[in-house]
Ligand binder design. Structure first.
Ligand code: NAD
Ligand code: DAU
Length: 352
């Protein structure tokens, strides 16, 4: 049997596939359109691995997805593929509607068609795991309790609205058609292969290149941070033991302001790669104009996942961030390839 991973060349998808094949010989079909965010280099260590098959293609191509499901006798789909960057969704929401909503609808339809024709035991064991975000719950004030799975959906950005819509589609395909779905809603990930348009990798690279570390607004917005490998282990656990039709919050119990995140990162860099002039990287912190509609605080209550499935994150924010900084320092070639071309246009558009 085999699993199908959509968005497998992106940040979390590639970490998931690498971890999966590091622990299992079960085959993986990786499907990715290789948009600006997809990078085959993330999966290059699997080039000789006979258990890995990469297919370049669109989740919206129903025939392709159905063919892959049948050809590889797929027993589970892990659906990561999406447009994922909030700032890009503000500049241009169209791709987010197309990929996250229409794309997910098309995947669901391909999967439903495949699943309907399976024999009863295969039908029963099949899973569609939809990877979603804490942003669908909206923003919290400082004193509010963390999001549980029962928190109302109140998405505020085009990105989170598109993810919320996709969550609703997945839910409806379970209730209406009986498709055996699982949904995870996770907080901010960080770690290896993170595309440097997001806060942590952007600041690591800007720090090393003597550029400003841009903090939106007052920098007191709060996010919960989870090391990407811990997100991957949570997904494996939900896939293995999750109850169909259920949603599971995934989080790191690591609420930090953006300013704290960047200051911690600068302190790690000061230690691992001190600047030649003896100054701190924190001197490069620069406050810039705020993100429109910027959510103030996200906090995730992951106790259902811990209680019901026994999952715990392995990394604290400090250990995970240190590993991340070391990874970027050791992967200069990856960085150099990623920051060429389209990336430069994005940085100009967003920060000039
Ligand atoms: P990413 O932007 O790094 O990767 C997305 C991948 O999807 C890319 O490889 C891209 O090429 C691919 N893709 C885009 N459109 C496609 C299409 N039409 N067909 C096939 N492939 C397509 O995103 P990420 O950070 O790895 O996030 C993965 C998933 O996890 C997303 O669904 C995101 O909403 C969710 N998520 C992300 C975070 C986070 O902190 N990054 C947290 C919670 C949930
Ligand atoms: O919460 C989960 C979400 O986390 C995922 O669903 C998204 O796919 C993922 O991109 C991430 O969204 P954020 O908007 O939280 O991540 P980002 O790294 O873009 O921003 C983190 C915080 O840092 C946010 O409050 C905005 C701020 N920020 C970001 C950038 C890029 C800055 O202050 N300066 C910046 O230059």
């Amino acid at each position: 049997m085999t699993i199908l991973v959509t968005g497998a060349a992106g940040f979390i998808g590639s970490n998931f596939v690498l971890d999966w094949l590091g622990q299992s010989t079960e085959e993986v079909v990786s499907l990715d359109l290789l948009t600006y965010a997809g990078n085959l280099e993330n999966l290059s260590s699997l080039n000789q691995n006979p258990h890995h098959h990469f297919v370049k293609g669109n989740i919206g191509d129903r025939d392709l997805v159905l063919t892959l499901l049948k050809k590889h006798d797929i027993r589970a789909v892990i659906h990561f593929a999406a447009e994922s960057h909030v700032d890009r969704s503000i500049h241009g929401p169209g791709d987010f509607i197309e990929t996250n909503i229409v794309g997910t609808y098309n995947v669901l339809e391909s999967v439903r068609s495949y699943w309907n024709d399976l024999d009863e035991p295969s039908k029963k064991s099949f899973r569609f795991l939809h990877v979603s975000t804490d942003e669908v719950y909206g923003s919290l004030n400082d004193k509010a309790s963390a999001f549980t799975e029962n928190h109302p959906y109140e998405p505020n950005s085009p990105y989170s609205a598109s993810k919320a819509a996709s969550d609703h589609l997945v839910r409806a395909w379970f209730h209406t058609y009986g498709l055996p779905v699982l949904t995870t809603n996770c907080s901010n990930n960080y770690g290896p292969y993170h595309f440097p348009e997001k806060l942590i990798p952007l600041c690591i690279l800007n720090a090393l290149n003597d550029k400003p570390l841009p903090i939106y607004g007052d920098g007191k917005q709060i996010r919960d941070w989870l090391y990407v490998k811990d997100h991957c282990s949570a997904i494996r656990e939900v896939l293995k033991q999750g109850h169909i039709g259920e949603t599971y919050n995934v989080g790191g119990w690591n609420e930090k302001t953006n300013l704290e995140v960047v200051e911690t990162l600068c302190a790690i860099l000061d230690e691992l790669k001190p600047k030649s002039d003896g100054k701190s990287y924190a001197d490069q912190i620069t406050f810039v104009k705020d993100r429109p509609g910027h959510d103030r605080r996200y906090a995730i209550d992951a106790s259902k996942l811990e209680r019901d499935l026994g999952w715990r994150p392995e990394e604290t924010f400090e250990t995970g961030l240190r590993k991340t900084v070391i990874w970027y320092l050791e992967h200069e070639t990856w960085v150099n390839h990623v920051v060429s071309g389209e990336y430069q246009h994005w940085v100009e558009k967003q920060y000039s």
